[in-house]
Design a protein around this ligand. Sequence first.
Ligand SMILES: [Zn+2]
Length: 306
Amino acid sequence: MKTKPTKSFKADMNLPKLFAQFGSDEKCREQLTSLRWPKGVTCPRCRSKSISTIAERPQYDCNACRYQFSVTSGTIFHDTHLPLSKWFLAIYLMTESKKGMSALQIKRTLCVAYETAWYLCHRIRAAMREINSNLLREVVEVDETYVSGKVRGHGRGYKGNKAIAIGAVQRKGKIRLQVIPNATKQVLHQFIKDNTAPDTEAIYTDEMPAYWGIEDADTKHKWVNHSAEKWVVGDVHTNGIESVWSLLKRSIVGSYHKVSIKHLDAYLDELEHRFNNRKNEYIFRDTLTKLVSAAKLPYAELTNAA
Ligand SMILES: [Zn+2]
């Protein structure tokens, strides 16, 4: 049995088109089928392509091993028991929203429980992250910034709700963002090691001594002296990563209002994904494909870990 490749995932997706194309469970299933099995429906258990459809319900029957399955079997779509059209809407909102979407906004927009919204956000972010899993290389700027959140009942001087974020950006390329416990040499060097290719040409930072020693035989380290108000020396500057920080701060003010530092990691993830996919016109389709192909992570396991 063969499914025709879909042409519905135009780059210029919008809400009315989303409803027209994915407004019913049947239409969503059709799309997922072509994304999960572009070369025709395959038995998840024995890989056979000899498959019959079951007339009464949206399921398949494997002619080789008699396993009965649906397009969502063994995927996270199956686990949540959420209508597929709500999943599609959540994915659309997460991938297309310019300022980001919080779990609370997803909860309100989709009329689902907060736990469900949180789970959807978590899974969709994880899928988006996998689309951009290559290490940064060539010229990479690294910088850290302090983010302060608001806490009810505390004045502006309250220091308990602050966190440090670190970021790296490849010139004209992708970014990596992360919350770090402190800005020590060990932590900064580990972040750079985890996110850049071993043969990265150059790493540009500010003058902070904790960055010293990051160079090696094929990677240069250069810095600009911010405390001496030197922001650009030739090609050496960190303007790329600094514009990411102003984007982060605007997004926190514009969209989330009250930032709980506890959730800063999630905001950074979201920003990273949107930035890295800003030129990917098919991010909606790519995210759906990841979600329908990835091994499922049971809901209970995920909420226990959080
Ligand atoms: Zn089979």
